[in-house]
Design a protein around this ligand. Sequence first.
Ligand code: DAK
Length: 258
Amino acid sequence: MAYENILVETRGGVGLITLNRPKALNALNSELMRELAAAIDGFEADRNVLCMVLTGSEKAFAAGADIKEMAARDFPDTYTTDYMSGLWERASTCRKPIIAAVAGYALGGGCELAMQCDFIIAADNAKVGQPEVNLGTIPGIGGSQRLTRAVGKSKAMDMILTARNMDAQEAERAGLVARVVPLASLMEETMKAAEKIASLSLPAILMAKEAVNRSFEVTLAEGVRFERRLFHSTFGVADRKEGMTAFAEKRKPNFIHK
Ligand code: DAK
């Protein structure tokens, strides 16, 4: 498929998607989100891809949903078409791991898209925020929920009600981003993390991701029970036996994703 708003490539077992609307600071419009969802579908179906990375440019991961595209819409239109559902949430329903590599602006829908990924590695020039109230609207792609779970109520309220941005260091302190690295090494560090994940057993990686995500949906007791059952099921996976045997034999494991 030919894409106009994103660049897609594979590097070993890593699928790399780069948002590419430089003139609009990667503002997210319907066409870009359709392409992003198609690219994720492609990587999900590709047995050779074991981890994905989503990134933007050095200036902007994404400066938000496309305000110019949104401006003319009205309530019946957005409500009846369930605007920004489905395709706009594709990164959050991805089964394989997906890392957001964020440099520059990740505002509004850009911050929400990064938060749909499993974790965020930020460059030291990153600026993240949910400034929708400046436009007379509110976050619409999960920002009020995911930001609050990531940084807690007080900071989420501060961000969403005052529309102020966090810099990379504050975002790391608050737990929104996993690590901050110099801009010049953002892709190198992110690819290192992605390659490490891609070198591991896919069933174990998928189960680990599913277990962490479950913690957002259920009570602690149910979450621990879910984790325990998945843990038990790794004992039915050949890679679990290989991983433990390789450790005992002081050699590298040879995972076959079965
Ligand atoms: N949408 C469309 N175009 C954008 C854009 C955006 N979000 N952000 C930047 N651009 C465009 C600019 O209009 C400009 O285009 P031209 O004028 O050259 O044609 C170009 O990108 C370069 O931007 P600037 O000239 O402004 O660049 P600066 O370096 O001076 O400033 C900036 C960078 C990021 C500070 C600034 O561009 C800015 O403030 N951008 C808007 C940031 C923002 O407000 N983001 C949140 C968007 S709202 C929902 C309801 C709401 C939402 C979602 C769902 N539902 C009801 C379902 C809201 C979502 C949002 O994300």
